[in-house]
Design a protein around this ligand. Structure first.
Ligand code: KIV
Ligand code: ZN
Length: 387
């Protein structure tokens, strides 16, 4: 199995979710949990953006020892120096330089020619090399950049000393087909590409961040970037937990694996949700409340006979104790019987039939049936038996 490196940017791109602000203490707690989860690299922040950010990156660098720590920088000396100072205490520091490459960004944001972009990439990487062994260079908006220019800039970045080259889908514009093809072309046309880590970083504007990331893996990238719960700018980043579980579940397709400690995923998700105040959508893949809940009678019956009928991942894999059979309007007799048994009652077949009849009347009136409701139905049946 090929190893896929995980670059977690929950503390940088994730914190760019509108309304999210993490204190240094919260960043440190999340970073320690990410270390426990086994991510390879943690992007702790963007030191040039504020004095508080420098303090946070310094603290994360001081406490985390089993993951590399990255800090973001634009392609200029001032930003690089801020990152250098903030990352001083890190065991394995990494400078992450970002520079936009697409025609739209070159024209409207940077007001730079292609030649100027190439020159800024080269000089900033060479400057960073004075202080860092590890340098990641990101071609912002790569998915909307001319492919010939991408070859040129990736070649330049490698020559100047970048150890990771990241091609992001900054605005979530790519489709799995086009994005996968871009990586295939890069691999085929840039000499020396095998000497560095090729990385991807996707946004979810069209809901395709995970699919695009998997297409990139399928076409040979070595590193994926994302956040826990997929938080981040606008519609967010690739959800790391989704990619990790897709690789785990479909190793037949991707033949690749992360080194994440999968049973730390749920605890990490809860912590990030609590500290950022970003609720996890209930039906979100992997970590949503409903991801391992079953309501329909047909599904519940299948689950009780053999869980793989309706679950492709066991909840314990990500650190959830068990699946839930939700009792509601669509539930069947089998699930109700098991529920009654799990609550410690021993009812005969006829008693179950009677309780099931009352249960069906109740679920037409109530959205959620809780244990107290079941207990009341069973009690009512027992009173009836003694009459
Ligand atoms: O989305 C993006 O392009 C980024 C870069 C800094 C990698 O966040
Ligand atoms: Zn991003």
């Amino acid at each position: 199995m090929r190893k896929i490196h995980v670059f977690d940017t929950t503390l940088r791109d994730g914190e760019q979710s509108p309304g999210v602000h993490l204190t240094t203490d919260e960043k440190v707690k999340i970073a320690l949990q990410l270390e426990k989860l086994g991510v390879d690299r943690i992007e702790a922040g963007f030191p040039a953006s504020s004095p508080g950010e420098i303090v946070s990156v310094k603290e994360v660098s001081r406490v985390v020892k089993n993951a590399s720590i990255a800090a973001l920088s634009r392609a200029n000396q001032k930003d690089i120096e801020a990152a250098r100072d903030a990352l001083k205490g890190a065991a394995t520091p990494c400078l992450h330089i970002v520079l936009a490459t697409s025609p739209i960004h070159r024209k409207y944001k940077l007001n730079m020619t292609k030649e100027q972009v190439l020159e800024a990439a080269e000089s900033s990487i060479r400057y960073g090399k004075k202080y860092f062994n590890e340098i990641e260079f990101s071609c912002e908006d790569a998915s909307r950049t001319e492919i010939e220019f991408l070859y040129e800039i990736v070649r330049t970045a490698i020559k100047a000393g970048a150890t990771v080259v990241n091609l992001p889908d900054t605005v979530g514009y790519a489709s799995p087909e086009t994005f996968g093809h871009m990586f295939k072309q890069i691999k085929e046309n840039v000499p020396g590409i095998e000497k560095i880590l090729l990385s991807t970083h996707c946004h979810n504007d069209l809901g395709m961040a995970t699919a695009n990331t998997l297409a990139a893996i399928y076409n040979g990238v070595d590193q994926i970037e994302g956040t826990i719960n997929g938080i981040g700018e606008r519609a967010g980043n690739t959800a790391i937990e989704e990619v990790a579980l897709a690789l785990e579940t479909r190793s037949d397709v991707y033949q690749a694996k992360t080194s994440l400690v999968l049973n730390e995923i749920y605890a990490t998700s809860r912590m990030v949700s609590k500290m950022t105040g970003m609720m996890v959508q209930r039906n979100k893949a992997i970590v949503g409340d409903h991801a391992f809940s079953h309501e329909s009678g047909i599904h519940q019956d299948g689950m009780l006979k053999e869980p793989t009928t309706y679950e492709i991942i066991r909840p314990e894999t990500i650190g959830i104790a068990s699946s839930t059979l939700v009792l509601g309007k669509h539930s069947g007799r089998h699930a109700l019987k098991e529920k009654i048994k799990s609550m410690g009652f021993d009812l005969s077949k006829d008693e179950i039939t009677a309780v099931f009849h009352e249960f069906k009347n109740l679920v037409d009136k109530k959205k959620y049936v809780v244990d107290e409701d079941i207990r009341a139905l069973v009690d009512q049946q027992m009173v009836h038996d003694t009459e």
